[in-house]
Ligand binder design. Sequence first.
Ligand code: 4NP
Length: 153
Amino acid sequence: MKKVIFICLGNICRSPAAEAIFNKMVSAKGDLLIPFSDSAGLHDYHSGEHADRRMRSHAFLRGYNITSLSRKISKEDFYNFDLIIAMDKSVERNLISLAPDNLSSGKIELFTHYCTNPLFTEVPDPYYGGDAGFENVLDILENGMPSLISSLY
Ligand code: 4NP
């Protein structure tokens, strides 16, 4: 079974939404052997907290239930996961510098690599913005997730 981890800065907005969308889309496939997902942040500012209330409510309106608690990425994550998905280019650069070896750094990819809409080049941080930013995060994640999931089978 393949394992994917979604990474953003605080693990309270983008990566928990990615995890919830991934989980709903894989469970909708109805397969017995479904890939495993998790999420984490580069920082521990919000460690142990539920996802941001705004992200949870925007996602809920599209049918996604975000339940994860924030945690910081660990060295073990680089060994334990097959795919390490960065939400933006800054997160990707940070992950590359944190990767303990070449095998681990080879697992790092930008989420938008899987998007079919060429306008989507990163999943922008919605934390300091308004409702449109949260909707944009969901639009981008819903666009790229089917092909990311297909790549794991
Ligand atoms: P995320 O958003 O990386 O998508 O979880 C953020 C959450 C918190 C902060 C920044 C971005 N912060 O500065 O606390």
